[in-house]
Design a binder for this molecule. Structure first.
Ligand SMILES: [Fe+2]
Ligand SMILES: [Fe+2]
Length: 184
């Protein structure tokens, strides 16, 4: 039986988001070369985001599909609206992106019709995202305090939260239009 194209598309969006997340971490690794503690955590964090992309890819392959191209996914839309310039900007953006992925994965996991294999992936990635959010938040606070930019950091978090709301609103509207309110 051919896999449900809606599921393949949905998991391709998740895969795309995770890959962009790994790319964001790679940028941070290059910008934070003088912070040994951050280098260790960023590398593990990046490896986990790459693994999340793999888990969604594997889910797609296990269903008998291949990933579909996602040209304007979540992070591409974020990137069109804002250009984070420094470490504080990027850390703030990372927190927001992580919060969104946790919220989305939890919402998906709570649906009644989720198959056990998909539920397993959702639970695994959600578990990792919780650690991601907390250590990035700690690092943002630490750097902002050291640079006397606590207020700026808070503003950046708020700014990205606003951008995220717009972007997720767009994607959600597309999803509802395509699937009639109950996405797969
Ligand atoms: Fe992730
Ligand atoms: Fe994450």
């Amino acid at each position: 039986m051919a896999p449900d194209p809606r599921l393949i598309e949905l998991f391709s969006y998740y895969r795309e988001g995770e890959m962009h997340g790994a790319g964001l971490l790679l940028r941070l690794i290059k910008m934070m070369e003088d912070d040994g503690d951050a280098q260790i955590k960023l590398t593990l964090h990046m490896a986990e985001e790459a693994n999340h992309a793999w888990l969604w890819t594997k889910r797609i392959a296990d269903l008998g599909g291949t990933p579909v191209q996602v040209s304007t996914g979540y992070q591409t839309r974020i990137g069109r609206r804002t250009i984070p310039r420094g470490v504080i900007d990027l850390l703030a953006l990372t927190i927001i992106v992580e919060e969104r992925s946790v919220a989305r994965y939890k919402e998906h996991a709570s649906r009644k019709d989720v198959d056990p294999e998909t539920k397993e992936v959702l639970d695994k990635v959600t578990g990792d995202e919780v650690w991601h959010m907390s250590w990035i938040r700690g690092k943002l606070d630490e750097i902002a305090a050291a640079q006397n930019k606590t207020e700026y950091a808070a503003e950046m978090v708020e700014k990205y939260r606003e951008v995220d709301r717009e972007v997720y609103g767009e994607l959600r509207a597309m999803e509802v239009a395509a699937y009639g309110g109950t996405p797969p």
